[in-house]
Ligand binder design. Structure first.
Ligand code: LMR
Length: 416
């Protein structure tokens, strides 16, 4: 290899698979190409869908002519937005101790979900020093990068049983039970697990919460799909709310993204919430103060426009109702596409069982296709998905689902 003339000690790192695939898809000129790679919502025409409610809110924001709209925010971010984001996540309605519950949560604005995960990882690495963070196997690949950058050793707990294409609850529990150490962080996907689309049921969440409490583990929730997965913001926040309400002595945190549920991918809207145990309001303030220290040194404060849109929507009953409608549109189309793909594969009598496609939840299906089959889909059919077999169901449409099913049928039969 030629010597590289640099003072740096650098070696190439592998490109990010999701965005590399997206780039390859963008330059592919094949008329029937299909993108099942990156997790973004698409219409039945394969187009992005700026949410109608977001478009309405944007118009109102322009008309408002707010002199401050391009000014700095506080270091912790847009404070009213943070209260709204927190209430959406934790849902305090009807709680006797609403004020007390709110006083347990310290919130700061982040650069979307990735930024919230990163800030939380960095904060824990400095101030809690977990010996390890436990990630599900598999998990969103960026979790590995984020915790690597924070300098925390990563371990994995079993999550996926390939033989039955199901959630390996027993494997997860027994590994955490026997190997996790007091003070370790456990990364949990609040809903719509990425990449498997398999979530614990409520009974299993209760058992996971008990285990975290008993073993003194630190639950770190990644919530990227609230409302997008099931269509209901309450349902998709169930696990977070259960942990928070039922284990008040257990500290925990949540990385919250608004990329998918508001379709604000490029606006980078997110929040990080740290929940102290019931006795520590003053600790909550020190937490926020330390998070602000990290934020100031890294990016000074989160961006403003996207969170103004979310704030506009969630402070209006009418726009909130519209948003719930938009969530229904997105989640129902994805469910319909799961069913359409399943029906086609059954009709073609494609070898194997395909129920998992309709049983999985959220943006993705973990199809069970092998890397060789995934490669053949791209090579022969210009259909793009991750080599793990993860497919973003949103890339399917009435127009391409038969083509995709026929291609899967071919690679299943011929690429073993
Ligand atoms: C995905 O998993 O495809 C999305 O969450 C996009 C991303 O940032 O990786």
């Amino acid at each position: 290899m030629a010597k590289i003339d640099t003072r740096l000690n650098v070696a190439p790192v592998p490109p990010d698979e999701i965005f590399a695939l997206n780039g390859a898809y963008a330059v592919d000129t094949h008329p029937q190409k299909v993108s099942l790679g990156v997790g973004v919502y698409r219409t039945d025409d394969g187009k992005p869908w700026p949410l109608p409610v977001v478009q309405k809110a944007e118009k109102e924001l322009v008309v408002d002519d707010d002199l401050f709209r391009h000014e700095y925010t506080a270091i912790e971010g847009d404070v009213p937005f943070l209260g709204i984001a927190r209430d959406l996540m934790f849902g305090f309605e009807g709680k006797h101790s609403e004020e007390e519950a709110k006083s347990r949560i310290g919130s700061v604005q982040t650069v979307a979900g990735t930024g919230a995960n990163h800030l939380g990882a960095l904060f824990l690495a400095r101030h809690m020093k977990p010996r390890s963070v436990w990630l599900s196997n598999p998990s969103w690949a960026n979790h590995q990068t984020i915790w690597e950058l924070a300098g925390v050793p990563r371990k994995t707990y079993p999550y996926y049983r390939a033989a039955t294409r199901s959630f390996d609850f027993e494997g997860m529990m027994s590994t955490l039970e026997s190997e996790a150490q007091e003070g370790d962080a456990v990364l949990l996907h609040a809903c719509a697990h990425n990449p498997t689309g398999l979530d614990p049921n409520k009974e299993q969440w209760v058992a996971i919460a008990d285990l975290c409490e008993r073993k003194k583990l630190f639950p770190f929730f990644d919530s990227a799909y609230q409302g997008f997965a099931s269509g209901s913001v309450e349902e998709d926040a169930w696990a977070v709310r259960y942990f928070f309400n039922n284990k008040p002595d257990m500290e925990m945190c949540v990385a919250q993204s608004f990329s998918k549920n508001f379709g604000l991918y490029g606006q980078r809207v997110g929040a990080f919430h740290y929940c102290t145990n019931r006795s520590s309001t003053s600790i909550r303030d020190i937490v926020v103060n330390n998070l602000c220290h990290l934020i100031r040194g890294e990016f000074s404060m989160g961006p403003r426009v996207g969170c103004s849109i979310v704030k506009k929507v969630l402070t209006s009953d009418e726009l909130t109702a519209d948003w719930h409608q938009d969530l229904q549109v997105m989640s129902s189309r994805i469910k319909a596409m799961r069913k359409a793909l399943y029906d086609e594969l059954v009709r073609l009598q494609t070898p194997g069982t395909w129920e998992h496609i309709i049983e999985q939840n959220g943006m993705f299906s973990y199809t069970g296709l092998s890397p060789k089959q995934v490669y053949a889909l791209k090579d022969k059919y210009h259909i793009y998905l991750l080599k793990s077999g993860r497919a973003s169901i949103s890339g399917l449409s009435e127009k391409n689902v038969a083509y995709v099913a026929q291609a899967i049928d071919d690679v299943i039969r011929n690429e073993n």
